[in-house]
Each structure stands twice: as C-alpha cells, then as structure tokens.
Design a binder for this molecule. Structure first.
Ligand code: BGC
Length: 457
C-alpha cells in the first residue's frame, strides 16, 4: 500500500521556479468531451468523466468485513477499490473472489463502474518493504504475460462492455524513480535497480497500452500525493517520468484518462487553516517545519495544480484527477476548530493543521486518522471523483515481522517504536500497534477510522 514518501530533503531553500499554476486552468474539459482514443470504438464509448452519473460497484468482500464491525454499516455500502495485488488474484480461488467474479457481481448489482488497482510490478515497493510483491526486479516478462495480458483479456470480454472499468495503475512506483534514487538522501538500492533496468517504466507503459485497448477501460496513473511530489525538485520531474512511461511499450498519452493522488495515503483534502499563501509573524507557512518548503498544504490544491503540470508535459487537456479520500478525514476530538496562534509560524501550523501525522512522510496505519469524504463524482474543477481506492480497514503493513506467502516484507515504518529514516526525516512512525500484514483486515484501525471520520458519519 502505500506509502509514500517523501520528499527529498529537508529545508530545501531553492526558491527557483515558482510554478505559477493557475487553478483556473485546472478546470477539466467539462462536458461530454468524448476522448478520441486510438480506435473509433474507443472514441465513441468513453465519456469525459466515467464517474458522472455512474453506479459504482460495491465489493461484497470488503463490505461484509465493514458491516461486521460495530458501526460499520454506516459505510459498508460504499464502493472501494479491488486490488489485483498478485497473479493469483486474477483467477481468485485463494479464498477471495477473482476478477471475473467481481465483474459478474457488478453486473448483478446493476452497477456500471468498477474500480481496479493494478499492483504487481516487478520489484514492487522499492522504497519500502511492507508491500513488496511476488515478482523480482527482472520479472517484467511474467508481469506482461501472466499478469497484464490475462487482465486485459478479461476486460475485453464483450459481456463487460457496458461496465466502465477504472484502472488505477501501479501505486507508489514511478515517483520512486525521481525521489528515491541515487543523488537523493532518500535513495534505496532497490529503487536504483528499478531505475536502471527500466522495468517500472516498461511495466506501466505495457499496462496502459494493453488495458487501454478495451474501449470501456479508463486508465488513471498513480501520482503519489502532495507530501511526496509537491516539492519543486519532484513536481516537474515526476510529470516527465509519467510521460516517459505513458509513451513506453506502445502506450500513448491517449491511453491515460487521468491520474490518482493520495492512494492509500493520509494527506488531508483541504487544510482550511494552513494555506500556502499565509504569512505569519513575517514568515511564510512554507518555512514551517511541517510544510518544509512544499508548494502545497493539501491534496486538492496539489491535484489541481499537478493536473496542469501534466497537461503542459504533454498529457491530454481533458485528463481528470481522482483523489483517494478513504483515510484522510482527520476528524474526531483532535481536529482543530480554527487557525493557530500568530506569534510564530510553527505554532500557527501545528495548531491549525488537520493532518495530525508526526511527519508527512509517515504512511503506515497512521494513528488518529479518520475516514475522509465519501466517494463522490465531480466534486471540484479538474477532479473526476473522490474515491475510496484503499479499502478502509485493510492494513498498510505489519507492525512486526509476520511470515506470509504474499511476498510482503516487514517495514519498520509500521512499527510504532521505530525512530524513522531519511524518508520521514527520522521521526517516529506514528503507526498503530498490532497490525497484520498489508491488505489484511485490521479491526482496530477500522474502528478508529469510523470514530475520526470527517465529515462525521
Ligand atoms: C497490499 C495489498 C492490498 C492493498 C489494499 C496493499 O498495501 O500490499 O495486498 O490488496 O494494500 O488493502
């Protein structure tokens, strides 16, 4: 899941390149701008915003777990992402439903939109261990033949032609090639390998190309979150890597319907009390320890601005953004009710921010988090939907080593006693204790997400 990381280094003071990104430009194409995809069939079938007027599929497996928790019925009818997190997940039979079963169930529900997460790259999760996967760094051919091809074949079945299939492509992969490789203090040897062998770029390109062949598939590439890509040295460079991947292995920018931010992360949607333009006691909030020269304080402003950057990097002008709001509510009794004191910029930011993480690079099972905005179509200009791609209640990683047959490692960012690493500037992890392996049900976390939901349930 998702982690995400960081930024590059603290206290970057480069004031170069003020990206004057007007949010006005963020306004997405608006009405029925049918995409002119590669084939005429695609052009006819795709709508500008697949979420508009759609009835999204409710995953019965997640729904049953949520409903079994005290109070869980308040949200168990919400649509969540179906994660195809290993080859066996396509066929199912591993105690979980396979892809066809999900699509058939969607038809039975009378749903017309299904949300899938494509998540099985070679050398997956190169800057963390909790969601390492089954494919080694060189296994790009298995990724293509045993993972993407079978998914693409199922999605092309005419039986599913009237389902809008949203595919969110490879969470937490491409930005690692920018932020966690040689030359950065946050580099890991594993990310250097994936940059050198090109298999993240090739894998994403192949996925976009093949999945994009079905006229009812809508590809959204994962774009990290503001606490990862919102710094000057990461912003334009990440857009470039996305462009590179979207033009690799036969893919074109027409295979990209949009991007998703904050997948399985905790960054707040709107920080009403900490705006990037605020100046306090003569200092910009950008100078605060928390913001640390980032250009954004929240996901909505980041997603809208990054959309513009992507368009100027060569993506279609009608791309739309998704924001994962599954766990970024930060409500409950600790939620600030107004701006902080103005005698000092750090005091102001600390008392005013909704995001209660110890550090924005923290990503695993964050204590104090709550459910965020409920899934909603077209909530803001440039945003196709708020979605719950990470199913709330599913762990981000185990808080101690737990043997498993899923390739999942133990990342100490999921251990509440850990003192951190360069990717969270050596802070405590902020993780809840006693967590199971990533993707497994974590009842205590679900309870906390309900309790701290914002908007409240
Ligand atoms: C895990 C996946 C899981 C997903 C959704 C990821 O962290 O690695 O196995 O399906 O989260 O919970």
């Amino acid at each position: 899941m998702s982690r995400n990381r960081p930024r590059t280094r603290t206290h970057r003071r480069s004031r170069t390149l003020v990206l004057a990104l007007s949010t006005v430009l963020a306004v997405s194409g608006g009405t029925a701008a049918a995409l002119t995809g590669a084939s005429p069939a695609a052009a006819a079938a795709r709508v500008d915003n697949p979420y508009a007027g759609a009835k999204p599929y409710v995953n019965p497996e997640w729904s049953a777990k949520a409903a079994a928790e005290p109070g869980g019925r308040a949200v168990s009818g919400q649509p969540t992402g179906v994660w195809l997190d290993r080859i066996a997940a396509i066929r199912g039979g591993t105690g979980k439903m396979g892809l066809r079963q999900h699509l058939d169930t969607a038809l039975q529900q009378g749903a017309n939109l299904v949300q899938l997460v494509i998540y099985n790259l070679p050398g997956r999760d190169c800057a963390a261990l909790a969601s390492n996967g089954e494919l080694g760094p060189t296994e790009i051919d298995r990724y293509k033949k045993e993972y993407i091809d079978p998914i693409a074949a199922i999605l092309a079945d005419s039986k599913y032609a009237n389902l809008r299939v949203v595919t969110t492509v490879e969470i937490d992969s491409l930005p690692n090639l920018v932020t966690n490789t040689a030359g950065r203090p946050t580099a890991t040897p594993e990310c250097d390998v994936m940059k050198a062998n090109g298999n993240y770029v090739k894998g994403v390109g192949y996925a976009l190309n093949k999945l994009g062949d079905a006229p009812n598939v809508y590809n959204y590439v994962d774009a990290g979150h503001h606490g990862w890509i919102g710094w000057d040295d990461n912003f334009a460079a990440s857009a470039q890597v996305f462009r590179q991947a979207a033009t690799a292995e036969g893919a074109t920018v027409d295979d990209v319907h949009g991007f998703i931010t904050n997948t399985a992360n905790y960054s707040a949607l709107k920080e009403d009390n900490v705006k990037i333009g605020d100046t306090v006691a003569g200092r910009s909030v950008r100078e605060s320890k928390w913001v640390d020269w980032n250009r954004y304080t929240d996901e909505l402003s980041f997603a809208q601005a990054f959309r513009n950057q992507l368009v100027s990097t060569g993506f279609r002008s009608d791309i739309g953004m998704l924001i994962d709001t599954s766990r970024n509510g930060w409500g409950g009794t600790a939620r600030p009710t107004g701006p902080g004191p103005t005698y000092d910029v750090n005091a102001y930011v600390e008392a005013g921010r909704y995001d209660r993480r110890i550090h924005i690079g923290n990503w695993c099972n964050q204590a104090g988090a709550g459910l965020g905005e409920r899934p909603k179509a077209a909530p803001e200009p440039g945003i196709d939907a708020y979605v719950w791609m990470k199913p709330p209640g599913e762990s981000d990683g185990s808080s101690k080593a737990i043997p498993n047959d899923e390739g999942k490692g133990f990342d100490r960012m999921c251990d509440p006693t850990y003192n951190g690493n360069p990717r969270n500037n050596h802070n405590k992890s902020g993780a809840l204790p006693d967590a199971p392996v990533s993707g497994h049900w974590f009842s205590a976390q679900f309870q906390e997400l309900l309790k701290n939901a914002h908007p409240a349930l």
